[in-house]
Ligand binder design. Structure first.
Ligand SMILES: [Zn+2]
Length: 435
């Protein structure tokens, strides 16, 4: 992710990144704004709530990941996070691990220009897009703390909403009986509230996000000023427009309290194929391969890295994937990679280790297990691993369906056989969750 302190450098970056293959103005595009300047007072936490972890990944990272499920036909151009000027957390966000390749490569940027209210932050985003987007493009605004919106809901929003001149929002009809409460003034206690009357809930909806509007409509609404509404639709309504309500979903919850977080965590686990009351299992793996006299590259974590010699092995000698496979098999109690894929078996000669990994993943799936976390270390003097880590993570996320992958690299400070550059070793720890 790229972080910018001012519009100018962000604009320069986007124009350079997007305009090569994206003729803005000639082709319609969709721009996403995520106001993420909140302080999280209701959480009674020092960390703003969008940066609190939901099953090991920040709520904001998950909200962005869910937005990346936006349909391809919407031509997503960029996701813009509007963070506060004092934000000291956004630089630690990682968005490389998207489990789907939908909207792959869509740039995600953070602008440190957020205001103290949602309205001010969205205004800053729209104002920024004024010089980049064309008036007929769409702007999609999504809450930083709505991490569970589904691909189906996003498709529905786009397919119906993109035909609406006044825009559209996801929302759900009110299903509980709706009471108008009135505080007892004499008691001076904010919790002392009585029913004044029961409203007819029939026509009431609860607004969610994403909310989508044409660029020109939002520019019209803002007219160079911020607003104090709690969502963008209210601002659009205020100039007499009628955005359409599109059926959202209950699980598209806005996380405002610790209780909401618990509910969202359960949704998330369910999505990953794990139900509440899950068991965690842990496994570790280790592997070493030595260099041969020939070859021009090594394959590590599925990435082909140029090198003066290749690693020797019956398969493609992907030492990193082998260590991860062993850790998965260990956690599942299923022996080791040598038992499953014997190195004297001709059919595995030169085999792509990603195939082995995928086979192991499907076999643990049939046993009701899913990979929850992978942490691996590559140990070698050469080649340099760091430039390839993100690509490795991307491949491993794709193959294992696990969005929580970490790759580390180290040397042995020139000690021993690895230090003499005779080969490469890898270690991995993996946790699995059972259904
Ligand atoms: Zn191996």
């Amino acid at each position: 992710m790229h972080i910018f302190d001012d519009y100018k450098s962000a604009e320069k970056f986007l124009k350079k990144t997007l305009f090569a293959d994206y003729k803005v103005g000639q082709k319609k595009a969709t721009w996403c704004i995520i106001p993420a300047g909140g302080s999280g007072k209701r959480f009674k936490s020092n960390i703003p709530k969008q940066y609190i972890h939901l099953n090991g990944i920040t709520i904001l990272e998950r909200s962005v990941a869910s937005l990346l499920k936006f349909p391809k036909r919407a031509a997503l151009a960029c996701i813009i996070l509007i963070v506060s000027r004092e934000d000291k957390y956004c630089e630690f966000l990682k968005f490389a691990n998207s489990p789907s390749d939908l909207n792959k490569g869509v740039p995600i940027i953070a602008l440190r220009c957020g205001g103290s209210t949602r309205g001010e932050s969205v205004y800053a985003g729209v104002n920024f897009l004024k010089n980049i987007a064309s008036v007929n493009d769409w702007i999609v605004v999504h809450d930083a703390v709505r991490p569970c919106v589904s691909q189906i809901a996003l498709e529905r929003l786009w397919d119906i909403g993109s035909k609406e001149p006044d825009g559209a929002i996801l929302a759900i009809p009110v299903s509980d009986t709706l009471k108008l409460g009135l505080a007892d003034k004499e008691q001076n206690d904010p919790t002392s509230v009585y029913i004044k009357k029961t409203e007819n809930r029939e026509h009431y909806w609860l607004a969610q996000t994403p909310q989508m509007f044409k660029v020109e409509l939002l520019l019209d609404v803002f007219q160079g000023k911020t607003f104090s509404f709690t969502d963008e639709a209210s601002a659009v309504e205020s100039i007499g427009k009628k955005p359409r309500l599109i059926q959202g979903e209950r699980k598209n919850i806005k996380i405002t309290t610790p209780d909401d977080l618990k509910i969202a965590e359960n949704w998330q686990l369910k999505e990953e194929g794990v139900t509440a009351g899950h068991n965690m299992r842990i496994g570790q793996g280790f592997d070493v391969h030595k260099f041969g006299n020939e070859g021009k590259f090594v394959i590590l974590g599925g990435v082909k890295i140029p090198h003066f010699a290749s690693l020797l092995g019956h398969s493609d000698a992907d030492v990193l994937i082998h260590a991860i496979c062993d850790a998965i098999l260990g956690a599942a109690g299923l022996g080791d990679i040598g038992e499953w894929f014997p190195d004297n078996e001709p059919k595995y000669k030169g085999v792509d280790s990603r195939k082995i990994l995928k086979k192991i993943i499907s076999s643990i799936k049939t046993r009701g297990l899913a990979v929850h976390q992978i942490d691996a270390t590559v140990i070698c003097e050469e080649p340099k691993i760091t430039p390839h880590k993100e690509k490795m993570k991307e491949i491993l996320t794709m193959d294992t369906k696990c969005s929580f992958v970490n790759i580390k690299a180290t040397t042995t400070e020139t000690l021993g056989s690895i230090g003499r550059k005779e080969g490469i070793a890898a270690m991995a720890s993996v946790s699995l969750l059972s259904k």
